[in-house]
Ligand binder design. Structure first.
Ligand SMILES: [Zn+2]
Ligand SMILES: [Zn+2]
Length: 381
């Protein structure tokens, strides 16, 4: 084979291998991973979680994720920002396409720097968020507020809260009712229980909502007569993550660290108040960036939803919830692991290097062979 032809073939092979690896790691990998996920099936008779019963057409298909932490203008390297946003966009768009949720909840900390970003940077973050989490009219996107969006209690003010609420066109504390299911959204950043104006306003709203929900259970028509699914950014009070298990629980060395009230978790008082007011059948929260299942007072289950950003975890996931007015079932959908993607890149890189080395040795051998042949001919002359 002529040398030109070998070199050309090798170049084409190299381009195909590099392009194929890139295409797989950055685009295709989300498809087989998310295809493994399915909506859980619920059984009205069991009144709780289950995956082996018949599907209920009347159930709401809700996808829940948390802590996207879109990097702002100050923190984070531009490449980190580019890569994390690309990963989240691809994972979200692929999940929408394959799973077709009716409603998606994001449990706060949408933006990493909402607590201090200037108006110009805020608008840029919001524009990128809308591009990444674009969706068709069949899917509703509901966003909750987190401490990184408006600041911790001591940092938040009306300007930041209203700026956030204006972008998502809704109050941060409200009830969203779909197919007879009440989803209660709580601004958990404002539950310090002090007399700060935002805290007072949120508590007033919560008291009104709890009264309306309780009246509905007694027969009024304000809301469907069913206890709510409560969604919020901060988890309810728990001592630590020591009891958490599963592949996305906090690392063993961090699980026993005690949580600080009003910083890592809600205060005991605020948690008790929420449970008393609403008696939720399920609580979904974010903020810790790790997965956990907790049962409060032996009857109120809470799921900590891990971060959706690969900046915070090797194995982000989303919760798939099938919810009817009387029952629900949950499953966790894991997304591609960062370590798998790095392994694929490293393996492909090693193979390419070996291929290049083999080619160089082969060319070197060919040249030596040619020079020996020419030398032999010269001598024979
Ligand atoms: Zn967070
Ligand atoms: Zn947070």
């Amino acid at each position: 084979m002529p040398r030109f032809s070998v070199r050309w073939t090798l170049s084409v092979l190299l381009i195909l291998a590099v392009g194929g690896t890139f295409l797989f790691c950055e685009y295709l990998i989300y498809f087989p991973t998310i295809l493994k996920c399915a909506w859980p099936k619920i059984s009205p008779a069991r009144g709780g979680e289950g995956i082996d019963a018949r599907p209920m057409d009347s159930a709401v298909r809700a996808m829940v994720l948390s802590d996207t932490h879109l990097l702002g203008a100050v923190g984070g390297h531009w490449f980190d920002k580019l890569r994390r946003e690309w990963q989240m966009e691809r994972a979200f768009q692929t999940a929408l396409w394959l799973l077709r949720p009716e409603i998606v909840f994001i449990l706060g900390d949408i933006f990493d720097e909402g607590k201090w970003s200037s108006q110009k940077h805020w608008e840029d973050d919001v524009r990128r968020f809308h591009r990444m989490f674009r969706h068709s009219a069949d899917t509703e996107l509901v966003v909750l507020v987190g401490n990184h969006d408006i600041g911790f209690h001591y940092e938040m003010d009306w300007f930041k809260l209203q700026r956030f609420e204006k972008v998502f066109n809704a109050s941060s504390t409200r009830i969203v009712t779909r197919k007879g299911v009440n989803f209660l959204l709580v601004n958990s950043v404002a539950l310090h229980g002090d007399s700060c104006p935002i805290c007072q306003s949120v508590e007033k709203e919560l008291i009104k909502l709890s009264r309306d929900l309780n009246c509905s259970l007694q027969g009024s028509q304000a809301y469907p007569p069913t206890p709510p699914i409560m969604l919020q950014h901060y988890p309810l009070y728990r001592l630590s993550d020591a009891g958490c298990t599963g592949q996305d629980a906090a690392p063993p060395e961090e699980r026993h660290l005690l949580f600080r009230e009003k910083y890592d978790v809600l205060s005991k008082e605020a948690s008790q108040r929420l449970l008393q007011w609403f008696k939720p059948r399920l609580i979904l929260s974010g903020h810790t960036h790790s997965g956990c299942e907790v049962l409060h007072e032996n009857k109120y289950p809470e799921i900590s939803v891990p971060s959706f950003s690969w900046r915070n975890r090797n194995n982000p996931s989303v919760i798939l919830a099938s919810v009817s007015p009387t029952s629900y079932a949950l499953s966790k959908c894991f997304l591609p692991e960062e370590s798998t993607v790095i392994s694929v890149y490293c393996s492909a890189g090693t193979c390419l290097l070996l291929l290049l080395l083999a080619h160089c040795l082969w060319v070197k051998g060919l040249l030596q062979c040619l020079s020996l042949c020419l030398l032999g001919k010269h001598k024979s002359l």
